[in-house]
Design a binder for this molecule. Structure first.
Ligand code: SF4
Length: 438
């Protein structure tokens, strides 16, 4: 923890004028309604915005890589793109993007001077579209500019459709020490329904290759897939468990706005079936030694995703890359940033020293909900003192809401922690909503 009081102005009550990252001194000196005792831990997120093609359920900032391949939804027969064909077809402007990331990081440095970075997450999109040399350059740039903690967790997302054994050995040699693989399912029919370019055989091969090089591997799986039965869900999860990876992320498929699935909804299992799947997953993963420590995350002992834990504990993160979001704390303000979303615009703007499209101070009225939205996802919750440490507001700011949630049986009646009960986890949206400002 690094003290962040360049000036002592805890009593100041005026709302800050909009401060920009170009005015770094202003960010430090301006008074505000909150007062943080120290900087929260800092993480780095790097966004790689391309995929071989866009999946119909995906609402991430991902763009189909320039390619002669047909895109999802273009017509009959378009789906049968083998991963090998797909690999041959894409090409991304890697050098220009890496230049832009470097420029982005450089112009961001004054906002995080002297703060050690505890975790790095290279996400997307499909980061495994980067060449081994490109990933090595990215990590070298990060190391050269930021004080990485010697034991930093450095995660990269990968898709089975872009897997190559030598490339993954190289990623490991470059310093990636945790791999998160977007498996989604091992069932070819469901993978096809999800518009994925890999099949079950490739998913299995990907995990086997990963485990040769990494001892810390997460598998992303989804359940309640189009026309999926409980038995099919069980088979997917059993296959994932058989690899004995350190971490599993198990998400229920939801239809997000502005996706192909929102426009043309597939037939999904009903709520009761989805609930049965969830219950079975919890019981089975527990039998196999996994702890369900967050809404969708399951870890072997001491293998929780440290990067994501920092988000859920309302830590800080610098986000670089197209469309990346960031949250950075100062003595009297919490700043949120978003980079330009489209890769070409981002490259242009980052190289011109202006990668940030939008930034604002989180108002003191919004901070409690933002904090609770994250913290309540954790099975263990957070120490009660973390609220004041990471929002700069006294805990009594949410005293009434905490008391009401506890009365309703949604929070544990322990004043030293903020922890959801089993009922609270089940009705998480309702519990989080209790901390929305009126
Ligand atoms: S591979 Fe992942 S990030 Fe890319 S489009 Fe599909 S779901 Fe989205």
């Amino acid at each position: 923890m690094i003290p962040i009081h360049p000036v002592s102005d805890a009593g100041a009550a005026q709302q800050p004028a909009s401060a920009t990252s170009g005015d770094t001194v202003g960010l430090w000196l301006k008074p505000g309604k909150i007062s943080l005792p120290a900087s929260p831990p800092l993480s780095l997120y790097v966004h790689i915005p391309w995929c071989v093609r866009k999946c119909p359920y995906c609402d991430f900032n991902s763009h189909a890589a320039p390619s002669p391949l047909p895109q999802a939804g273009e017509g009959p027969g378009e789906r049968a793109v083998s991963a090998a064909t797909a690999r041959a077809g894409w090409q991304i402007p890697e050098d220009a993007y890496l230049d832009a990331l470097r420029a982005d990081l450089e112009q961001s440095l004054p906002l995080v001077w002297g703060r050690p970075v505890h975790t790095v997450f290279i996400g997307g999109g499909t980061p495994s579209l980067l060449s081994a040399a490109g990933m090595d350059r990215l990590l070298s740039d990060i190391r050269a500019m930021l004080p990485l903690d010697p034991g930093a967790e450095i995660t990269m997302e990968a898709n089975p459709g872009t897997f190559e054994a030598e490339r993954f050995a190289s990623y490991r040699a470059s310093g990636i020490n945790r791999l998160s693989i977007g498996i989604q399912s091992f069932n070819d029919t469901h993978l096809e329904a999800l518009g994925r370019i890999h099949g079950g055989t490739e998913a299995r091969a990907a995990i086997e290759i990963a485990l040769r090089h990494f001892d810390n591997v997460n598998l992303d799986l989804m359940y309640a897939l189009p026309r999926q039965t409980l038995a099919q869900c069980q088979q997917d999860v059993e296959t994932a468990l058989s690899y004995r990876t350190s971490h599993l992320s198990l998400y229920q498929l939801t239809l997000e706005p502005n996706t192909m699935f929102a426009r043309f909804p597939p037939a999904l299992p009903d709520d009761d079936t989805a609930y049965d799947m969830q219950q079975w997953i919890e019981a089975r993963t527990a039998e196999q030694g996994f702890r369900h420590y967050e809404t969708s995350a399951y870890a072997q002992p001491h293998r929780e995703a440290r990067h994501n834990l920092n988000y859920w504990r309302f830590g800080d993160y610098l986000g670089i890359g197209a469309g990346a979001h960031g949250k950075l704390s100062f003595a009297h303000r919490v700043l949120r940033q978003m980079r330009y979303k489209h890769p070409a615009t981002y490259i242009e703007q980052a190289l011109a020293g202006k990668p940030v499209q939008e930034e604002h101070d989180v108002s003191a009225a919004d901070l409690p909900f933002e904090f609770m939205l994250n913290a309540l996802r954790l099975t263990d919750g957070v120490p009660a003192g973390l609220f004041a440490d990471h929002t700069g507001l006294p805990l009594h700011t949410i005293g009434r809401e905490l008391a009401r949630a506890t009365e309703k049986g949604l929070l544990e009646p322990d004043p030293t922690v903020i922890r959801p009960t089993e009922l609270g986890r089940r009705f998480l949206n309702d519990l989080q909503g209790m901390f929305l400002k009126d």
